[in-house]
Design a protein. Sequence first.
Length: 95
Amino acid sequence: MFRLRTIFVLSLVIASVGFLYLFTLPKSKDAMFTVNPGNSAQAVAVRLKEQGLIRSASLFVFMTRTTGLSNRLQPGVYDVSDQKTLYGIVEELSE
């Protein structure tokens, strides 16, 4: 009886935690983001960070430099999601 009660309580706790986790996840954030002609990777990174679309401006700059895309950021308006990987955002802004 004790074992059955323990299993039931543990199952209830696990289900409750799962329920709370699923319904309190932060909503994804999409934003229109503009890359202006002549913007450096550093300037773009700072603005992406300010808008909450990336966590680290330094890592963005590092990634653009190591992939050779720092001078290939294309001017334009982009629909950027904070759910994309950092590399995905770098790729999108350089296509």
